[in-house]
Unconditional design. Structure first.
Length: 126
């Protein structure tokens, strides 16, 4: 059903774009507003306006149907991790390859704290 509604939706979109491009410009944009032509009668304008309104309504309805169908099978889920990491159940994360003894934080813990400064560190001029 989802595919059928998408195909109908795309056909409506193409027809709507075509109808909008067929309509005559009100402001004479691009300098092409003069003279009589294929779409110059009042009856044609009414027909194009009505057809555009019907297609716009159909576009709106199919958009609503697609959004309802897309959310139909959706179940609420938590964004918080509720279980073990994606690896084996109950396993701890391993160190990155090539580090040998763990990560950078493990290496810093092994080195210990740096000695505290003896007094205030004031820059001296030379």
């Amino acid at each position: 059903m989802h595919t059928v509604v998408i195909v109908i939706h795309l056909m409506i979109v193409l027809a709507l774009v075509g109808l909008v491009l067929l309509q005559r410009s009100e402001g004479g944009g691009l300098g092409m507003g003069g003279g009589g032509g294929f779409m110059s009668t009042r009856g044609t304008t009414n027909l194009l306006s009505r057809t555009t309104a019907i297609l716009a309504t159909a576009f709106f309805v199919t958009s609503l149907i697609l959004s309802i169908v897309a959310g139909y099978d959706r179940r609420p889920s938590s964004i918080l991790g509720t279980g073990a990491p994606s690896g084996a159940p109950g396993s701890l994360p391993t160190a990155p390859l090539g580090t040998g003894s763990g990560g950078v934080l493990d290496q810093l813990r092994q080195q210990g704290q740096p000695p505290a400064p003896q007094g205030p560190q004031v820059p001296r001029s030379q």
